[in-house]
Design a protein around this ligand. Sequence first.
Ligand code: DUC
Ligand code: ZN
Ligand code: ZN
Ligand code: ZN
Length: 485
Amino acid sequence: MSILIRGGTVVNHDHSRRADVLIEGGQIVAVGEKLEAPGKAEIIDAGGLYVMPGGIDPHTHMELMFMGTVSADDFEWGTKAALSGGTTMIVDFCIPAPKQSMLAAYQDWRRKSEKAASDYSFHMAVTWWDKPVFDEMETVVKTYGINTFKHFMAYKGALMVNDDELYHSFSRCAGLGAMPLVHAENGDVVFRMQADLLAQGVTGPEGHAYSRPPEVEGEATNRAIMIADMAGCPLYVVHTSCREAHEAIKRAREAGKRVYGEPLIQHLTLDEDEYRNKDWDYAARRVMSPPFRPKKHQDSLWAGLQSGSLQVVATDHCSFTTEQKRMGAKDFTRIPNGTGGLEDRMPMLWTAGVNTGRLTKEEFVAVTSANIARILNMYPKKGRVDVGSDADLVLWDPTRSKTISAKTQVSRIDYNVFEGYQVTGLPVTVLSRGRIAWKDGDLRAKAGDGEFVRRDPFPAAHVANSTWREINRPRAVKRAGVVTP
Ligand code: DUC
Ligand code: ZN
Ligand code: ZN
Ligand code: ZN
């Protein structure tokens, strides 16, 4: 089946132009002016619309067992929510259960993701260190096509790894051509602050924010950067939410270190007031880690996106119903951490970013799609409107508006953290590998339509930080090959 998208403006991260787009067999086969439609091609009129690469969300948690419960959107409804908002691919975190091997966890994730409606890929989490983990990492990279490993510096007693484990794992990443990701918060300090707050009788959701101040994130971000530099690998910092963390990343980049930062749409648009003087349910629904910050931090994150010191915008979509949030009714440390956002990321970022003049439409494509594809090594298969790329496309109407509401969302939870926000800039038609997945509110993608996207190891030049001194190279390479559990 071929499709001709006619009369739109093609927007890539580096260039925009009036052009038609011809799709065959799920891929783009021509981009140019006045393209002829072959025989039975379906013609889509894109007059007045932008034709952009579908959004990629580099950070989601579908059907994740976490904090004693399971996140409410599964691969089917999470990816359907994504498609309805212009996002055509997600990268989810495969997180082994305690003592579970990475190989078994990978099989679990493949099973859960069979019903994905959009394409998807995985990151693998390293939540402890020993010889089997060292060995399994090679299979994960070479056999499974996963080139990124997530490390939690918080969630003490559960997912957290210490500096010794970070250094081992980062060194192993360097040896395999993989890149580590970090959830950067100082978990020991958070744990202590939580205990102190509870002892003082602070049990409500506001305690969540008090127990995780920007300093715990700034410290951990800086520490992870320095450890990555010593291990000789690049670093991707997830959910960069505050000035302290952004500045650590900016400093590292200025020193030639290959470090990436990922603000979430929630932190760019919602602030700490969401936890203050609000009813319990309202505040608890917004409990995620890192928490929403005082407003001044948003200026830093926006400046980072504008200047390039922060490169991508994600959601960390990890949705829990109000009922699930109430598990923490007497103790904020038991409120499942996580918010939704997948279907709202693109319209919210367009509204708060492009319509305000902070981002150009090309920069919008960069931070929602192209940069993500490049950083995660799947470009230009994903992240570009060009000959040979997958036809994951969003036809975008910059003038169309709506008011966000849980009543009309696709996600399976009973509220929306952006409830009542008026957005201008919305998808009209969304294509996933050449098929119309969503059109004008009509969700056509079905469970199982999505495919797993392999991501190969990075080239050696990418893996070595430029500040990595030549004198350290032999030692580091050797270290990457040994293990002291
Ligand atoms: N933060 C969340 O809010 N949810 C899932 C995991 C995380 O780090
Ligand atoms: Zn996290
Ligand atoms: Zn998170
Ligand atoms: Zn996460």
